[in-house]
Ligand binder design. Sequence first.
Ligand code: IPM
Ligand code: MG
Length: 368
Amino acid sequence: MATKVYRIAVIGGDGIGPEVTESSLKVLDRVAGKYGFLFDFRKYLAGGCAYDVYGDPFPDETLKGCRGSDAVLLGAVGGPKWDRLDPSLRPERALLGLRKGLGLYANLRPAIMFKELSDASPLKNVKETDILIVRELTGGIYFGDHGRSRSDELLSDGSPKGVVAYDTESYSEGEISRILREGFRFAMGRRKKLTVVDKANVLESSRLWRETAEKMSSEFPEVEVDYLYVDNCSMQLISRPSTFDVIVTSNMFGDILSDEAGMITGSIGMLPSASLGTPGTPGLYEPVHGSAPDIAGTGKANPMASILSAAMLLRWSLGETIAADNIENAVRKTLEGGYRTFDIADPKCDNRKIMKTDEITDIILSKL
Ligand code: IPM
Ligand code: MG
């Protein structure tokens, strides 16, 4: 039988993106050899590095290459070097373009506390925490009508309004249903608890989220559903993080809550993510941490979030679950062995086991 070859679009991007992605490619190649398949990695530019070469952060060729792949592995995009560019040329355009261009409406952000790293949580006495945030990714205020106008009206205190800028939060029932369904499905595969987060006390779009969730809940009678306003949820995440299972929410609320949940685990450098579209189309996998330009090139980057993203890629886009398990176990064993990168080193850890990016990658490879 012919060996299975998976085509992967690889976008290292900016800052530490390319460094951590290299680590993942080594790990992916190793498991491919072990489990009898092959990878055809094709590299593409996106973000600031693409702007530097093409004057465009998101070249057509990159989207085309990604569309023709089985999955996309991304490092990170952005950095201070490109912060002053016009919004249409900023590196973030590439991310938003990939999400929209590949139809990646479901963003999965697990916030898992590794027990070896529990001291790193900024919260006291947190027990084991394993939250999955399911964030809607191609709708809402990120992609709604936006623009600027000028108003001659006066404010209540008599001062002129001047320039008005607006961004619109709008959601269709269809968009809400398809992401809620993902939330319910993932809850079914886990502890069967789903928290729907909205601002239904104020926003009409949120009221539609809540109505739609209430209707759908009868299709999933085993799932215990609760509803939280986003402000309350951000408080509950701090006070009782271990009680959450799956959180499903809109694009912007998910952006904010996933950073908060990530911080609670104390190991933002450890958190992977997946962005998925219609089954059968390529998903995109990337570490949650950004491009960290301050440590780029120093060997201090923690490659584990990218490596765990590669494991998600194997699991959710390629169906190679055994290889995915193998990678996740290797990362766990590396932590159990006391090995750390700079970001997750604590005063109690053995200084001789604080590793650079390449060194910890070798340790992980040795545990596969
Ligand atoms: C994220 C990031 C992006 C977002 C930015 C960089 C556009 O914060 O992936 O969470 O807001 O979605
Ligand atoms: Mg964010």
